[in-house]
Design a protein around this ligand. Sequence first.
Ligand code: PLP
Length: 395
Amino acid sequence: MSNIIYMDNAATTRVDERVWDAMKPYLTEYYGNPASIYSFAEQAKAGVDQAREIVASGIGAKPQDIYFTGGGSESDNWALKATAEAYKEKGKHIITTAIEHHAILHTCQWLEKEGYEVTYLKVNENGLVDPKDVESAIRPDTILVSVMMANNEIGTVEPIKEIGVITREKGVLFHTDAVQAFGHIPIDVDEMNIDMLSASAHKLNGPKGVGLLYIRKGIKIRSFIHGGAQERQRRAGTLNVPGIVGFGEAAKLAFEKMEERSEYERRLRDHLIERVLQEIPYVRLNGDRDKRLPNNANFCFRFIEGESMLILLDREGICGSSGSACTSGSLDPSHVLLAIGLPHEIAHGSLRLTLSDDNTLDEVNQTVDALKAIIERLRSMSPLYEDFVRKGGEA
Ligand SMILES: *Cc1c(COP(=O)(O)O)cnc(C)c1O
């Protein structure tokens, strides 16, 4: 599939060849169970230990505070459900935002059915949470604040450090879903006062089905998967050794080249955004212009139905998305776009293009050219657009 233009890196990424090379021996050679006593298992155990050290050092954490999981969704579920349970004597109030990933939102909805109360903070028109809103939402019975580090749809990067100051001062636990941020932008769990953090390997050129939850030492949180004594008795199940080693290698590469990579992606992204805004009428950029992930562009085109646009882009070999991969297939517009105040009919015409350092300027230009033609064609078939133009076309 060399002729595709892949611009859906927020949904998942390609496994880097170096990551795959690092993983391979752990499938066929060092296949021992790291919990076993014999020396043959030591290679596997060493691979996991090394990966734990790499992912921990990348976010300023201690290796013993990293717990490997089966992905970002599991980490989010664990962080919320287990702290809710462990701290229910203190209170049953949780604070999150309206723009979280469904791994957080649907978990919160489940907790509400279990008798917890959840405050969903509003965001501004760019998707930013106001730390003051966090502060005023905290009550004596608040046990947890969970705010994502970077939004998976519109790329907005939240003021995590400012929120961390507040939660620390108020003595409330702070979790962040950093699945889109980990390995992409700088993170320091101490500097940001983060108590728990979720990440997932497949969003940084690692394998799917492996993630981590960072849990600061001293936090009462019960195990989520019951069984064996793996992960200091907090997450049972034979370790996914090749996946964890791949996660470690992907993290190593990501942290090493973070600056260079984000600079490259930002340049492509800005070119993409500028061309789209200049060359296509009746379009808006969603998300904060500056406080955004280096690789994210998200637009709404008026008089366009997102799905038709994606299908036509697909015919040109271009992979993009409308909303998030998790909601595609449903007809509801993205909850994130509604939360930033867009009306349904505009939210329906959204397109998310998320780049990687595999993309080239040439691909960006090809994509904008294709997009221009597609938008023109779809609008020419829209009676609403025709009507709008006839009335003088003022927004
Ligand atoms: C992808 C994603 C998840 C889910 O991670 P999986 O490893 O796919 O389960 C959670 N939160 C955010 C922000 C994501 O982008």
